[in-house]
Ligand binder design. Structure first.
Ligand SMILES: NC(=O)c1ccc[n+]([C@@H]2O[C@H](COP(=O)([O-])OP(=O)(O)OC[C@H]3O[C@@H](n4cnc5c(N)ncnc54)[C@H](O)[C@@H]3O)[C@@H](O)[C@H]2O)c1
Length: 245
């Protein structure tokens, strides 16, 4: 039902977890991909997996906290493929620290990656996005209900939600802008959390399991597709019922 034939998607954080799952799903449905991740070596493995012929995937190391690098990458991707249709921004970090133990540097690093990076990537992609395209950003359950020992992370994701709604107003009617707010998804990001509090988290999740990266990729693909053609400015909760608004 979903086809990305003829479409080009730029995906950040594509080396692992949700970004990787989105890259696999969108490639399987015909998209050509510009992939970016801090871990350039890992990204080359992903590119080799998804595009052994080397025609359909452009893979570049990128620190999303570097605005000039974001500009360069989106310009290169657009020149390579002749434009962009979708931006899926999954790069992010989730360090554990109580507020009282959070240094100025740690706070700024988190905001630089999770919040500034969202702004830099969106600003860089915007001039290259073709009409009918879309942007999908990643927020979190933490933005809705707070997150113990992750206050900076939760604050950054709350800001991403506000940014999503505002950018949706700016880019309409040509481009739709939405976000996905995952619950607890089993990726490398949550392995410590699940190790420490897995049983308690399952107990409070009505669907009684953790989500998979593929299930978040499904929501991303839906939001990019014409099936979501009248959806913009939305934050889609994909969380097994752990938070019901
Ligand atoms: N896993 C969850 O339960 C969960 C829940 C809510 C929200 N999210 C959000 O979903 C997104 C993806 O999370 P995930 O679980 O796939 O995490 P992950 O750790 O598996 O993957 C994140 C990727 O981002 C990359 N990255 C980190 N810093 C970067 C930077 N400065 N520049 C470029 N790339 C960078 C990493 O190398 C990694 O490949 C994140 O924004 C995260 O906050 C995840």
């Amino acid at each position: 039902m979903i086809s990305f034939e003829g479409k080009v998607a730029a995906i950040t954080g594509a080396g692992n977890g949700i970004g990787l799952a989105a890259a696999r799903l969108m490639a399987a449905h015909g998209a050509r991909l510009a992939l970016a991740d801090l871990d350039g070596a890992r990204l080359q493995e992903v590119a080799a997996e998804l595009d052994p012929g080397g025609q359909r995937v452009l893979a570049r190391a990128l620190d999303v906290a570097d605005p000039a690098a974001c500009d360069r990458l989106m310009a290169e991707a657009a020149a390579h493929f002749g434009g962009l249709d979708h931006l899926v921004h999954c790069a992010g970090i989730y360090p554990e620290k109580l507020v009282k133990d959070t240094s100025d540097e740690a706070w700024r690093k988190l905001m630089a990656v999770n919040l500034d990076g969202t702004f830099y990537v969106c600003r860089a992609a915007q001039p290259h996005l073709r009409d009918g395209g879309s942007v999908v950003l990643m927020t979190s359950l933490a933005a809705q209900r707070g997150s113990y020992a992750h206050a900076a992370y939760a604050a950054s994701k709350g800001a991403v939600q506000s940014f999503t709604r505002s950018l949706a107003l700016e880019l309409a009617p040509a481009i739709r802008v939405n976000a996905v707010a995952p619950g607890i998804i089993a990726t490398s990001m949550t392995s410590d959390l699940i190790g420490q509090k897995g049983a308690q988290l399952l107990e409070s999740t009505p669907l009684r399991r953790f989500g998979t990266a593929g299930e978040i990729a499904g929501a991303i693909a839906f939001l990019c597709s014409p099936l979501a053609g009248f959806v913009t400015g939305e934050v889609m909760q994909v969380n097994g019922g752990i938070y019901i608004a």
